[in-house]
Design a protein around this ligand. Structure first.
Ligand SMILES: [Zn+2]
Length: 484
């Protein structure tokens, strides 16, 4: 009986199969483009609200991305310019984990991409963010109309697959360096779902599933009122769309400061054989040992990591970078680790990160082959539960866990007992000279760090923070509302 009904169901599917699609991807895409109004769509604005998540900012490796409430979510797209402007008002949906989201209240995040340039807006000021380039282009070209246009220019192929009781056209394509994708098109010629892969600096080729439902008409343009998305298997977006404006005025200009930006690495000597490497949004440090170098932090992406590594090679010629210390699991701080591994460095990370990195870095990056992929090297992780000391007789380097902290459970800092220097990320970010203290001290920031220093009785004189500038320890205590 069961077998018979399966056969019947299968033939019912074949009967419902919209053969009007034609057999070729080009024909399917032509019909979908016409049905969705993609042909004449040059620009688009849409806006809504819902929930999201801070991708890559989990409290611990392997946890889901921390939830966000999105009070507003607005995008502007210019397809011909390959440009998209995203403006989000967001607040935390849960207290723990990273992301540049205030502990209390709302924060605004503006991310932009145009052609080969990506940047963020902090108030009126554009900040280059090339590490986000591929991810943003992926997002642009997996929108309902974007994916049709991208498939049309990339020799797509089509297969027929069972859908929700009806057959779907699964149109697949890839665009070098940016994404591979399959758009599932239903018998109304609407994109129901996009299953794609984006090259991520930490995870390599990363699975993204975007679901589009509840399509409505806006003139000749059809657009979904509900958009849901997962990345690496966990939700990052669920919004209800409230406004759609096809062919609205959209003008996204690449600012000169972004167009002319290069990965700039400034070198400041903090002590004999210890350098503070800044010049971008995320800093690193280099510590010269007798026979090798320790790189502290390899942030963002290959572009940043390789610029920093190039500088370290000049500072300590002939010495291998044996270790790279990873301050914590957040992707902006671990996005350059693959490059450091590609240079032969072993990663020193909190013990809970070991299995995560080993698995993540074994995942290939086929869409945009990176330094690690090209090197053929294997990931080695030296786990630190609470404390690790590297001592070669000439210099002593201590690696301590910052614990507890609501920012991350896998937080490490580097302490040089003879030089009385401390290197840490995110717990304490000094602002420009004479600026008001950063956010009120709490279990997420300065307070965590002061507690960790006092618990371990570290004699810190100066900080080499992985965001911001070198400052004396008094600045941390002032920011924490404490006296030394
Ligand atoms: Zn962080």
């Amino acid at each position: 009986m069961k077998r018979v009904s399966t056969v019947l169901a299968a033939s019912a599917l074949v009967l419902a199969f919209p053969h009007a699609f034609g057999q070729e991807a080009t024909a399917v895409l032509r019909r979908a483009s016409a049905a969705m109004g993609a042909d004449e769509l040059k620009t688009l604005r849409y806006a809504g609200a819902g929930t999201g998540a801070s991708f890559g900012q989990a409290f611990k490796p392997d946890l889901k991305w921390p939830k966000l409430d999105l009070a507003s979510y607005a995008r502007q797209i210019d397809y011909a310019a390959s440009a998209m402007h995203e403006d989000i008002m967001r607040s935390r949906g849960e207290p723990k984990g990273g992301g540049a989201v205030p502990i209390k209240g709302e924060g605004r995040a503006i991310g932009v991409v145009s052609g080969q340039f990506a940047w963020n807006m902090a108030g009126p000021l554009p900040t280059p963010r090339q590490a986000a380039l591929e991810g943003r282009l992926h997002d642009l070209w997996t929108t309902p109309h974007g994916v049709i246009k991208a498939a049309q220019r990339n020799n797509a192929t089509v297969k027929w697959v069972p859908g929700n009781g009806k057959e779907l056209a699964a149109v697949s394509f890839s665009e070098k360096g940016i994404l591979s994708a399959t758009a599932f098109i239903n018998d109304q010629y609407l994109v129901e779902r996009v299953e794609s892969r984006t090259p991520d600096p930490v995870l390599g080729d990363t699975a993204v599933v975007t679901t589009y439902s509840d399509y409505r008409d806006f003139g000749r343009t059809k657009f979904p009122m509900r958009i849901r998305q997962t990345m690496a298997g966990s939700p990052v977006l669920d919004i209800t769309v409230k406004e759609v404006q096809p062919n609205a005025q959209v003008s996204i200009e690449v600012p000169e400061v972004v167009r002319s930006a290069k990965e700039n690495v400034t070198v400041e000597k903090a002590a004999e054989g210890v350098w503070f490497l800044a010049g971008g949004s995320h800093n690193s440090a280099a510590i010269e040992m007798k026979d090798y170098v320790i790189m502290v932090e390899s942030p963002l992406y290959d572009g940043r990591a390789l610029a920093v590594i190039g500088e370290i090679r000049k500072l300590a010629p002939g010495k291998p970078i044996r270790y790279v210390v990873n301050s914590h699991n957040h992707f902006d701080h671990s996005g350059g680790l693959r490059a450091a591994v590609g240079e032969g460095a072993a990663i020193i990370a909190q013990a809970q990160s070991k299995a995560y990195y080993e698995k993540a870095f074994a995942n290939p990056n086929r869409i945009a082959p990176d330094h690690l992929a090209k090197s053929g090297k294997k990931t080695k992780v030296v786990p630190v539960s609470d404390k690790l000391v590297l001592d070669d007789g000439a210099r002593k380097v201590e690696i301590h866990r910052i614990h507890p902290s609501d920012h991350t459970d896998v937080f490490l800092m580097v302490y040089l007992p003879n030089e009385k220097l401390l290197i840490q990320a995110d717990a304490f970010t000094p602002g420009p000279p004479n600026s008001p203290p950063p956010a009120p001290p709490n279990n997420y920031n300065q307070l965590t760090l002061v507690q960790a220093i006092e618990k371990r009785k570290l004699q810190v004189e100066r900080h080499l923070p992985l965001h911001g500038r070198m400052v004396p320890n008094a600045e941390l205590y002032r920011a924490a509302g404490k006296s030394l």
